[in-house]
Structures are given as structure tokens and as C-alpha cells.
Design a protein. Structure first.
Length: 277
């Protein structure tokens, strides 16, 4: 007993994790990004002006972009266009959720899959951008046309992942539920849907990303507000700083949306291995 106590006393204790160390650990994933931004700033300040002063206009430095973004946020211009884009994205996302029950039906009933699969496989390879001329003729320029294009960008990834999630459900779970007397509705709701949820969430994440890209393309052509409109309008004025600020706003917002959805999914489905990465 005495030797064990002496051995425990001689074992060095791990130092406690301080707030500074924890904060540094959180910032570690952004180290490479910070290096890229610093290199970008140095190139724009010292190298591009030597090659051609015109390059400083075509590729503004991060400090210039920060000033431009600050002015646009202060005037409310950037937030106004961002809010319009997010509103269109949210409406289209709610409409695209129809792919979840349709995908569950296609994954569960073979006859329904046989009838709908050819239709979706003909429509799926058509890029949402190819629908822009028709959508303008059908809906005119405005929110409905934009939301239709975003819907097309979202619905197929959600549908395919839902079908795959249902078909990957462990058949032993289904047999066990049936042996316990579960009916068709209870089986779909309490077993199939819950087992397929991780794959459905992945489809929602992918769909939101594709919809966000389709939204910007739709706003470049058929909108009078939004981040896509902002980029196109700044291009016509040769304001490359505003163009890049709009592009960065798109990327950062897309990252925030994906992180928020991942965190929500981890909270609702802590047992899922697919959502741990």
C-alpha cells in the first residue's frame, strides 16, 4: 500500500487546461486560412503594384475589402441583400422538404420507385441554370422565379439521400418490429424514418449548399436584390471590391448555415456515426 501511494505521488499530474489553451485550440483550424489572408495582403501591397498598378483595382487586398464590407454593413446595404437571399433560400427549402416523404415512399414501395425513378432521372441531370429562361417566361422576374430555381437545386439531393437512407435501414430492425406487431404506419414512423434520419440530414445539408449556389445564379439574371444582384451590379460599375465582398458573404453564410445544421443534427441525433465528422 505504501509503495503504491509513493508511486502515485511520483507520477506527474497533467497540467490543467487553461482558458488561453482552450481558446488557442479553437483557433487552430483557422491557422492555414490566416496564413492565406496574410499572403494575399502582402502580395496586393508589395508585388502587384510593381507588376501593374491596375492589378490593385482588379484584386483588392483584404484590408481594402474589410473597409468596403464595414461601409456596406454600416449603411445596411450588405445586410439588406443578404436578408433577401436568405428569405428566398428559406422559402425554397420549405418547399423542397416535399422530397422527404416522396423519398421515403420511393425507398419503401418498389412500385412507386419504378414509376417515379425515370421521371426524376430525366429531370435531375438538367442544371438549374438551364431552367432560368423558362422560369422567367413562367413566373417573370422576381422572388417566385428565384425560389423555383433554388427549389430545383435542392430537391434532388434531398430526394436521393432520403431514398438511400430508407433502403439502407437494417432489415433485422424491420423484422423485429413486425414480430412485435408493428403496423405499416408505425413501422415507417418509428423504425424506418428514425433509422434513415442521418442520411436524410446529409441530403438536407447537400441540398442547402446546391440551393445556395443556384440562388446566386438566379439572382444574377432575374432579381433586383440579393447577393447575386449585388455582385452583378458591382461588376457593371467595375467595383471589384464589392464583387469580392459579395462572394465572401456567400461563402461565409453558406459555411454558417452548414455548421448550424450539423450542430442541430448532432443534438437531435447524438447516436449517429454519419454526423460525427
Amino acid at each position: 500500500m505504501r509503495s503504491a501511494a509513493i508511486a502515485e505521488a511520483t507520477i506527474p499530474m497533467a497540467p490543467p487546461v487553461t482558458r488561453t489553451a482552450a481558446f488557442g485550440r479553437r483557433l487552430r483550424p483557422f491557422a492555414f486560412l490566416a496564413t492565406l489572408v496574410a499572403a494575399w495582403e502582402l502580395v496586393c501591397r508589395f508585388w502587384l503594384p510593381v507588376l501593374d498598378p491596375q492589378f490593385s483595382i482588379l484584386l483588392p487586398s483584404p484590408s481594402v475589402l474589410l473597409l468596403t464590407a464595414g461601409k456596406m454593413i454600416a449603411t445596411g446595404e450588405l445586410l439588406h441583400h443578404l436578408a433577401d437571399s436568405l428569405r428566398r433560400e428559406a422559402i425554397a427549402f420549405l418547399l423542397a422538404l416535399v422530397a422527404v416523404p416522396v423519398g421515403i415512399g420511393m425507398g419503401w414501395w418498389r412500385g412507386l420507385h419504378e414509376q417515379l425513378y425515370p421521371v426524376f432521372e430525366i429531370l435531375r441531370p438538367i442544371p438549374p441554370l438551364a431552367w432560368i429562361p423558362l422560369s422567367i417566361l413562367w413566373f417573370g422576374l422576381g422572388d417566385v422565379q428565384n425560389e423555383f430555381i433554388i427549389f430545383l437545386g435542392m430537391v434532388f439531393p434531398i430526394l436521393l439521400n432520403t431514398v438511400a437512407g430508407v433502403r439502407q435501414v437494417d432489415r433485422n430492425l424491420i423484422r423485429a418490429a413486425r414480430s412485435l406487431g408493428a403496423g405499416q404506419a408505425a413501422l415507417l414512423r418509428r423504425v424506418v424514418l428514425k433509422a434513415a434520419l442521418p442520411q436524410i440530414v446529409i441530403g438536407l445539408r447537400v441540398g442547402l449548399g446546391f440551393g445556395w449556389m443556384a440562388l446566386v445564379a438566379a439572382e444574377l439574371v432575374g432579381a433586383n436584390s440579393g447577393l447575386g444582384f449585388l455582385i452583378n451590379d458591382a461588376r457593371s460599375l467595375l467595383r471589384t471590391d464589392i464583387v469580392i465582398v459579395g462572394m465572401l458573404a456567400i461563402g461565409i453564410t453558406g459555411l454558417i448555415i452548414d455548421l448550424a445544421l450539423r450542430r442541430l443534427a448532432r443534438g437531435l441525433l447524438p447516436w449517429s456515426r454519419e454526423l460525427r465528422g
